[in-house]
Every structure is written in C-alpha cells, then in structure tokens.
Design a protein around this ligand. Structure first.
Ligand SMILES: Nc1nc2c(c(=O)[nH]1)N[C@H]1C(S)=C(S)[C@@H](COP(=O)(O)O)O[C@H]1N2
Ligand SMILES: [Mo]
Length: 424
C-alpha cells in the first residue's frame, strides 16, 4: 500500500478541517491520547489469535467484540396474552451502509417462535385463477428462469416515531434492507398468460391464512419478484425460505413469506391480512399501501452518548415506497435551519439510502432531525404537519392513524446524552 498512515491526531485535525473548516473540539486531543495503538502485525505476540476452527472455515462468525443484537419489538407487549412475540427489531443504531445482514434483518413472527421448516425439494409455487395456463413451479424450475438482483427495503406498518421509543431500534427497527435475488412475477405471469379480466392477485404463504393479501395486478406486472436469494445466499427461514414475495415499497405485510400460491382474480378479495386494507379501488389502494418518504438519523440517536463537543458525522437512512430518494436534509437546531446531506452511494428505488452530514457540536443542548424527498417530489412531514392534516395540531395525545412517516427528532443534552426528541 502506497498510502502512509498519518498519526491519529493529524488525521482528526485534517478531517475536521476538510469537513467544515471548524476547529477540532475538546474531543480530538482526548481521542488522540486514548486512540488504539498501531496494530501489531498479524501473528506477533501482541495480538491475541482466534483459532480457525472448522466451523469458522465453513461458515464465518463475527468478532466477539461486536455485540449488536435484535430485540422483540416493544410496540406490543412481548410475549402477549397468548405467549407470542409480535415482530423482532433490527439494531439500526449500529448499522453502517445500507445492507442489513441477514442475521440482523427484522422479521415478523408467525405462531410465536415456530417457523415453517420447508424442504425446498418439496416446495412449489402454484399460479392459477384468471390465467390461460395455470402453472406450478418447483424451486429448480424457478432457478432456470432469468433472474433479477435488487436492493429493497421492507418495513412493517407498525414502525412509528413513537414518543415512547427509547431508541431507533424501538422506533424504526421494523425496517431492513437486503439484496434480493429471484424471478420477476411478471415473467411467471406472462408464462401463465393473464386473462383480460385479471385485476387483482392474492398471495398465500405456507400458513394458509396469515400472509395472504390482495394486491393490484398492475403492481405484479411492474416490479414484484419471488425471491429465493437474500444477501448472496438462500433466504433465511425467518424471512421466508425457500421463497418469498417482494412487493417493493408496499407495507411489509404484503411481502408474503414461504409463498406457495398466487391466485389471479377480477376483484378485491378480503383476507386475514387485509384488516386496514379495505380499499377496493386498485389505484387508491396502491397509493395507500406505499411506505414513506421516510428517514431517520441512526447516529447520534436515542440511548447513545456523545463523549464531548467537536466533530461528528451525523448518519442515517432514508427510503420511500414511491421510488428513489432524491434529497435528504438535516437540521441540528430543532428544525429552524436545514442543510442538504450527502448520499453514500447511489440511491436505489425502494431501498434504504445512507446519508451523512459533517457537524461540529458546540456542546450545547439541541435537537437534530432529518427529512427526505423522493423521486415523486413527496417530502417527509413532521408530526405537527400530520396532526394539522387531521385537524388536531394542538392535541398532545394525537397518534397518527395508518402509516407514520413523520420526522423523528433526537434530543442531545449538554452532557451528550441522546434521547427521544418527541418527549424531551
Ligand atoms: N407468510 C407470511 N408472510 C408474512 C407474514 C406472515 O406472518 N406470514 N408477516 C408479514 C409482515 S406483518 C411483515 S412486516 C413482513 C416482514 O418480513 P420479514 O419477516 O422478512 O422482515 O412479512 C410479511 N409476510
Ligand atoms: Mo408487519
């Protein structure tokens, strides 16, 4: 490597100057003093060594120093009256980049802690109803067809900027983003031949009732896929192994896991999942099912603590059911002024987009927040704007009906502790 590693102190000075021309705060000298010693060369006596066991050779594990874990989602009592856990939330506060590792992807539970345990050699997907040729595909059949690989988020409708949430895992942990590989549903439907009367489709998972939803056929022909791959390997059992439906940008509940049957119909069919989705006009329904535009700051966020004033890169995620994210703005003065954040990588359609903004914290109490705009020009609203829309601007107990894509503020106290900005 030609690049020579600068001393840590110089590096911090350099980056802060680059970012904003501001002086390095009180943090930098401390950090320089406490910074890690230069890494010893591998194999030297100073470095503890991990034994490369056959398990590690076969399927690697993360470092024992990395302890980030999923938690049962707190939106409902867990376990509930029936002993069941609702959903399991991903630790967004520790996330970097845009891909959620499969082991940390949030998931919807089904029948408590029981999961369909499906032998892929036995699994089939049947497509029937208003088609010329009903067809049944085995997993091998599906893997012979042209595939697509796309980055997409999934988000449960229960994800909300709740004043009760202590941190971003509790408020927004029911969204994740993965690289999904599979076959476009339009490829399969063209194979079957759609009849002219086809207007809706119903997807059903292995549990027969839960997971069944009615969706407009136009969405099926646009960008839905049946996915067998997730982040470079098979979809995990918790996320629908061996096959799950992806309905990019629609509420999580439509992304039928363990999908085994798709019926093409001429009208809306009510299903177990459709409480709250009673719109029978396909165009209205499609809009109503779409998530966002939505964004949240993941660092600094609730339960974290800034060690002192000085330079920080504020980091977060933005996503929308309406397409790609076009702009993210960040406020570090409780919404008085906004700065345009930088994208880390190219925003993808219906995928998490990582943003960052360099910030020099002066050590004073403040509130930080982000808001995004998607490719349709829709802008993420504040809670107050949504309350105004429902004619309840001054009601402190106002809770947002339906999907909540409101701005999430984080309060930073002068001691650096970060808490929910809706309650502070
Ligand atoms: N078959 C089936 N599919 C399902 C569900 C289910 O209970 N059964 N839950 C849905 C809900 S409520 C959500 S939010 C998403 C979550 O997808 P994930 O578990 O892969 O994160 O799956 C959806 N698909
Ligand atoms: Mo969900």
């Amino acid at each position: 490597m030609a690049w020579k590693r600068p001393a840590r102190r110089e590096f911090l000075k350099g980056s802060a100057a680059l970012a904003s021309g501001l002086t390095v705060g009180a943090l930098a000298p401390d950090a320089a003093a406490q910074g890690p010693a230069p890494a010893a060369s591998p194999g030297s006596a100073a470095t503890p060594m991990l034994k490369d066991t056959s398990e590690l050779i076969k399927y690697g594990d993360r470092s024992k120093y990395v302890t980030s874990v999923r938690i049962p989602h707190g939106g409902r009592p867990t376990p509930d009256t029936f002993g069941l856990t609702f959903h399991v939330a991903t630790p967004l506060q520790d996330s970097v980049g845009v891909v959620t590792p499969s082991s940390l992807h949030y998931y919807a539970t089904t029948r408590g802690s029981f999961l369909p345990d499906i032998d892929p050699r036995q699994h089939t997907l049947m497509i029937h109803g208003l088609v010329d040729r009903p067809l049944t595909f085995t997993m091998d059949d599906l893997k012979r067809l042209p595939s697509v690989t796309r980055l997409h988020f999934i988000e449960c409708a229960g994800n909300r900027s709740s004043p009760r949430a202590k941190n971003v895992q509790e408020s927004h942990g029911m969204t994740s983003c993965a690289e999904w590989t599979g076959v476009l549903l339009s490829t399969l439907l063209k194979e079957c031949g759609l009849k002219g009367s086809a207007k809706w489709f119903v997807a059903e998972g292995a549990e027969e009732v839960k997971g069944a939803s009615s969706m407009p056929i136009a969405k099926a022909m646009d960008d839905c896929l049946v996915a067998y791959g997730m982040n470079g390997e098979a979809v995990r059992p918790q996320n629908g192994f061996p096959l799950r439906l992806m309905v990019p940008g629609f509420e999580g509940i439509f992304h039928t896991k363990w999908v085994r049957r798709i019926k093409v119909v001429d009208q809306y069919h009510i299903n177990y999942n459709d409480f709250g989705h009673l719109d029978q006009d396909a165009k209205e329904a499609a809009l109503g099912y779409q998530i966002g535009p939505k964004s949240v700051i993941t660092f600094p966020s609730g339960s974290q603590r800034l060690p002192g004033r000085g330079f920080y890169e504020i980091s977060g995620l933005a996503w929308s059911g309406g397409g790609a994210i076009r702009k993210v703005e960040v406020s570090t003065d409780a919404g008085k002024t906004w700065k345009v954040a930088e994208f880390k990588g190219t925003p993808q359609r219906m995928a998490h987009t990582r943003f960052g903004l360099g910030w020099n914290w002066d050590g004073k109490e403040t509130v930080i927040m982000s808001r995004c705009t998607d490719e349709l020009g829709s802008v993420q609203p504040s809670r107050v704007q949504i309350a105004e829309h429902f004619h309840k601007p001054a009601d402190p107990s106002f809770s947002i009906p339906g999907l909540d894509n409101s701005i999430m503020p984080w309060h930073i106290a002068s001691d650096g502790s970060v808490t929910n900005g809706l309650t502070a």
